[in-house]
Design a protein around this ligand. Sequence first.
Ligand SMILES: Cc1cc2nc3c(=O)[nH]c(=O)nc-3n(C[C@H](O)[C@H](O)[C@H](O)COP(=O)(O)OP(=O)(O)OC[C@H]3O[C@@H](n4cnc5c(N)ncnc54)[C@H](O)[C@@H]3O)c2cc1C
Length: 143
Amino acid sequence: MREGMSRAHAVAIVGLGPKGLYCLERLLAEFHARPLERPLHIHVFNRSATFGASPVYDPHQPDFILVNISVGEIDLWTAEDPPIVAGRGPDFVTWYQERFQPRGPLFGTEYLPRAVVGQYLVEGFNRIRDHLPNGVTLWCHQG
Ligand SMILES: Cc1cc2nc3c(=O)[nH]c(=O)nc-3n(C[C@H](O)[C@H](O)[C@H](O)COP(=O)(O)OP(=O)(O)OC[C@H]3O[C@@H](n4cnc5c(N)ncnc54)[C@H](O)[C@@H]3O)c2cc1C
């Protein structure tokens, strides 16, 4: 094994849509709860630059394209064991109300644009990326 390879573990996640994002968050939580002796390099690959949102939740798609689950069901931060390294973030409804301050409150039964859910996912990715445990380096590769 080359010297550079023996210094750190390396893991790749290919595709950073919603499931890749959950996978990244759980990997970081596991590493944080049970650190390894050597550092961990995580490489994430995604075709587009919108890590966290796949084409399904592309933040640039028109607003008339809606999600097919109600927004009350959308929450990136439900995992508890091991705890989320970044701490519990906002569920979608809380995030939406803080971000857009709509005139009336959301009830969670609404079906909103998929692009907005994409923004939530991208911000979730940014939050995870900004709270890496010690010993972890994250490399984002577009392509
Ligand atoms: C048109 C459409 C609408 C949908 N609407 C909803 C909805 O409203 N609500 C709902 O709950 N579900 C919906 N779904 C189901 C949807 O598939 C899931 O909600 C969710 O997108 C699945 O997430 P995922 O991460 O598994 O896959 P994807 O969302 O497909 O994400 C995969 C990501 O990996 C990237 N990727 C794949 N292969 C590679 C590679 N070799 N190299 C680099 N990057 C790669 C892709 O570009 C993409 O960014 C919809 C599906 C489709 C097709």
